[in-house]
Design a protein around this ligand. Structure first.
Ligand code: SR1
Ligand code: MG
Length: 399
C-alpha cells in the first residue's frame, strides 16, 4: 500500500502504465482531468492517437465542490473499489470493471467507458434509451439480492457490514437528505422564489415525522450492500448497454434507498423536461420517464423474486410468499427515499442539471416547485401508493 499524495496528470499516466495491466503500456502518453462530480479527481489516460484507454480516479482528502474547509475520509476510495468489485461479481454486465486499486493512495484504475454516454446528459438532451431502466433494475436486483440475508451466510453478512462501514459518507447522506432541507441549514442553496415552499418544509409536522422515520431506517436497516448514490450521473448508457460507476457511498443499508434514489433521478428529469425542451417536446420524454419508472421497478422486483425463489439460502426467509411481502416494504421505503432525493436535489447542497440548467427563470422555478411538491407528496403518501400504476397515476395528478 502506498503513502497518499495527490496525483498530477503525469503521475496518473505513469500509474496507469504500471498498474492498468495493458499489453502496450508504453503507448499511454497523456492524461486529461475530467472530474465533474463533487468529490474526486478523474483522469482519462490517452494513448498517442488521443484515444482514452483507462480511467484513473483518486479521492481528494476534502470535498472538491466545497474545498479544503470540508475534509473527507480517503477510505471512501477503498469502499468504492471494493463495492464495485462485489457488485461486479454479481452483475458484471452492468458494473464498471475495476482493474486495480490502492487504498493508501486512494486511487483506482477503471475500464474506459468513453464509447458510452452519461445517462443524465442524454436525458437532458431528450435522447431515449429504452433498455436502460430494465438494465438498471437488473443491476439493482442482482447486487442487492446477492448481498442480502436472503443469500449471504449470517457470519459473512456481519463481516461484510463491518468491511463496508462508511460513517463519514453516510453522514453526508444523513445530513443532506434528511436534515438540511427540513431545518434551514446554511449549506442549502435555492433562489428566493422558492423561499415560501422551503419554509413549508420546515413547518409541516407530518412531513417532519415521515422524514424522521426515513432517516431512522437509513441509520439502522442493514439489508444489503447499496451503491449508496445511484443517480443518472453515475450511470453510463449506450444503445444496448448500461454500466454503473461511483460507489463511494456504498454501505449496508435499506434496499429501498437505492431504488428510491434511482427513481427520484428519473423524476427530476420528468420535472425539468418542460423547461429544458419546451412543453410540446417534453411530453414524449415525460411519458418515457414514466415508462422507465414502471420498467425499473418491474425488472428489479421480478428479478429479486426470481433470485429469491431459486437461490435463497436462509431456510426461514425461503418461506413461500416472504420475498413478496419483503418487496412490498422495499417499495414503500423507496417511494419515501425518492421524495427526499427530489427535495434535496432541488434546494440542498448538491443540485442536478435537469433543473438548474433551465434557462428561463420563471420556468425553472415552476420545475423546481413541481419537484418539491412531488417529493413532499411521495414522502407523505408512500404507504398508500400500492404499485407502479398507482404511483404513475399520482405523478400525473401532481402536474
Ligand atoms: C458533499 S457531496 C454532495 C453530493 O455529491 C454526491 O454525488 C452525493 O450525491 C452527495 O450527496
Ligand atoms: Mg458520485
Amino acid at each position: 500500500m502506498s503513502a497518499y499524495r495527490t496525483l498530477t496528470a503525469a503521475d496518473a499516466v505513469d500509474y496507469a502504465r504500471r498498474y492498468a495491466g495493458l499489453s502496450d503500456p508504453e503507448t499511454l502518453i497523456n492524461a486529461e482531468e475530467v472530474g465533474d462530480g463533487n468529490l474526486n479527481l478523474v483522469f482519462k489516460i490517452l494513448d498517442g492517437r488521443g484515444i482514452s484507454r483507462v480511467v484513473v480516479k483518486q479521492a481528494l482528502p476534502y470535498v472538491r465542490c466545497v474545498g479544503e474547509s470540508w475534509p473527507l475520509t480517503l477510505d471512501r476510495a477503498r469502499i468504492e473499489a471494493e463495492t464495485l468489485l462485489v457488485h461486479e461479481r454479481y452483475c458484471p454486465q452492468h458494473t464498471v470493471k475495476i482493474l486495480h486499486h490502492d487504498a493508501g493512495l486512494a486511487v483506482m484504475i477503471q475500464e474506459d467507458l468513453s464509447a458510452m454516454s452519461i445517462w443524465r446528459r442524454e436525458l437532458l438532451a431528450g435522447r431515449y434509451y429504452p433498455q436502460a431502466a430494465r438494465q438498471l433494475g437488473e443491476y439493482l436486483s442482482r447486487t442487492l439480492f446477492y448481498t442480502s440475508d436472503f443469500y449471504q451466510h449470517p457470519h459473512e453478512k456481519k463481516a461484510e457490514v463491518g468491511r463496508f462501514s462508511n460513517p463519514e459518507m453516510c453522514q453526508i447522506t444523513e445530513d443532506l437528505f434528511f436534515t438540511d432541507p427540513y431545518s434551514g441549514h446554511d449549506r442549502n442553496s435555492y433562489e428566493t422564489a422558492l423561499e415560501d415552499a422551503v419554509a413549508g418544509l420546515r413547518t409541516d409536522p407530518d412531513l417532519r415525522l415521515a422524514v424522521a422515520a426515513l432517516k431512522h431506517t437509513f441509520l439502522t436497516k442493514a439489508e444489503a450492500l447499496l451503491h449508496g448514490d445511484i443517480h443518472t450521473g453515475s450511470i453510463f448508457v449506450a444503445a444496448s448497454q448500461l454500466k454503473v460507476i461511483d460507489a463511494e457511498f456504498g454501505f449496508y443499508g435499506p434496499i429501498g434507498f437505492d431504488i428510491g434514489t434511482a427513481i427520484g433521478n428519473l423524476l427530476l428529469n420528468y420535472c425539468g423536461l418542460p423547461g429544458l425542451l419546451g412543453l410540446r417536446e417534453a411530453a414524449a420524454g415525460r411519458e418515457q420517464r414514466l415508462q422507465d419508472i414502471r420498467e425499473l421497478w418491474q425488472a428489479f422486483a421480478e428479478g429479486f423474486q426470481a433470485l429469491a425463489a431459486e437461490n435463497t439460502r436462509d431456510l426461514t426467509l425461503a418461506a413461500p410468499g416472504y420475498a413478496h411481502r419483503f418487496l412490498r416494504k422495499v417499495w414503500t421505503d423507496a417511494l419515501g427515499y425518492c421524495g427526499t432525493e427530489l427535495i434535496r436535489r432541488t434546494i440542498g447542497l448538491a443540485h442536478v442539471t435537469d433543473l438548474d440548467t433551465v434557462a428561463d427563470a420563471a420556468m425553472r422555478h415552476e420545475c423546481q416547485h413541481h419537484a418539491l411538491n412531488l417529493g413532499k407528496m411521495l414522502i407523505l403518501a408512500a404507504p398508500h401508493i400500492d404499485d407502479s400504476s398507482a404511483l404513475i397515476a399520482r405523478i400525473r395528478q401532481n402536474g
